[in-house]
Design a protein around this ligand. Structure first.
Ligand code: CP
Length: 339
């Protein structure tokens, strides 16, 4: 197994089922829809008296977050616990990485404890792909955000939110606004929206914050909110990722807010029933006005709640894809020896 296998191939078993979840790029409409349908089937678990189903009973899930997180880490933990898995949360700052242990040595030690699944957030693009290429065949890797590359489960909970509130993707215009360049969320959303055959995907922002490949990915590019928001059904705001900017890409936050901040006045350019989304964390008064973030069109906190059932779907599908892969491998080995 090597990095020569790209993430979109490495994440599938020989039957085309998910066995890792590294990227939404090149995922089929069928798998994307299966994630959404499976999440829907888990959506009532949180309302049960006992918020648990036994699908991952006896499995060990390890949360490995090398970058800060509130929503992703906690909803993955809740998702794993609602599937009855045992969950380990590794405190990276208190781990032996501070003594010089490498990423893979840490992983191989945790793997030696019979872990079944690692949920990885890392500042380096490609880290979960690299780990998936190195671990034992029966261990699943789930990307919880890598550098500016991908945040596939965030994109899928966003797709779930859109389908729940707006229905068929083919009839929708979706606008993603702000710092597209540094956003792993935006990239994963564009791939997922393409896979789900969305009517139109737009990106809106200053030229300095829109990467050159967006049109190649099928997105329409706008530098003006009035033009970009016209007739839009879904408005997705992004945070300015200042921690990933290594040069002055903006005149000032104030100027960014004046031109691209989502205010009640600018939201009026979209359809009257447009929904407002944001992956969080939100910065009020930087990319979004409080009246909009907390207003009647906002589904921002619903996104957080949907994240639990979407992550339950991804964990259960990857575990199932691993079991199928192992069974197929054992059968092939036994067949070979039996011949
Ligand atoms: N949306 C998101 O990834 O939030 P966290 O950084 O809090 O996990």
């Amino acid at each position: 197994m090597s990095l020569a296998i790209p993430p979109h191939q490495l994440q599938l078993n020989e039957h085309g089922q998910l066995k890792h979840f590294l990227t939404t790029e090149n995922l089929s409409t069928e798998i994307l829809t299966e994630i959404l349908d499976t999440a829907e089937s888990f959506s009532s678990v949180g309302q049960q008296a006992v918020k648990k189903v036994p699908l991952l009973r006896g499995k060990t899930v390890v949360n490995l977050f090398f970058e800060a997180s509130t929503r992703t880490r906690t909803t993955f933990e809740l998702a794993a616990k609602r599937l009855s898995a045992d969950v380990l949360n590794i405190n990276i700052s208190a781990s032996a990485t501070s003594k010089g242990e490498s990423l893979m040595d840490m992983l191989w030690n945790l793997e030696a404890m019979d872990s079944d699944m690692f949920i990885v957030r890392h500042q380096d693009s490609g880290a979960p792909h690299f780990i998936a290429s190195q671990v034992c065949p029966n261990v699943a890797i789930i990307n919880a955000g890598d550098g500016r590359h991908a945040h596939p489960t965030q994109a899928m909970l966003d797709m779930y939110t859109i389908r729940k509130h707006k229905g068929d993707f083919r009839n929708l215009k979706v606008a993603i606004i702000g710092d597209i360049t540094h956003s792993r969320v935006a990239r994963s959303q564009v791939h997922a929206l393409n896979g789900l055959q969305v009517g139109e995907v737009r990106v809106i922002g200053p030229k300095t914050l829109i990467p050159h490949d967006m049109e190649h990915l099928g997105a329409k590019v706008f530098y003006n909110m009035e033009q970009g928001l016209k007739d839009v059904d879904v408005v997705i705001m992004l945070r300015l990722q200042k921690e990933r900017m290594n040069s002055a890409l903006l005149p000032s936050e104030h100027e960014f807010y004046r031109l691209y901040g989502l205010t009640t006045e600018k939201l009026a350019f979209a359809k009257p029933d447009a929904i407002v989304m944001h992956p969080g964390p939100i910065n009020r008064g930087v990319e979004i006005e409080t009246a909009v973030a907390d207003g009647p069109q906002s589904v921002i906190l619903k996104q957080v709640n949907y994240g639990i059932s979407v992550r339950m779907a991804v964990l259960s599908m990857a575990m199932s894809g691993q079991s199928t892969a192992i069974t197929a491998t054992s059968e092939a080995i036994n067949g070979e020896h039996g011949a």
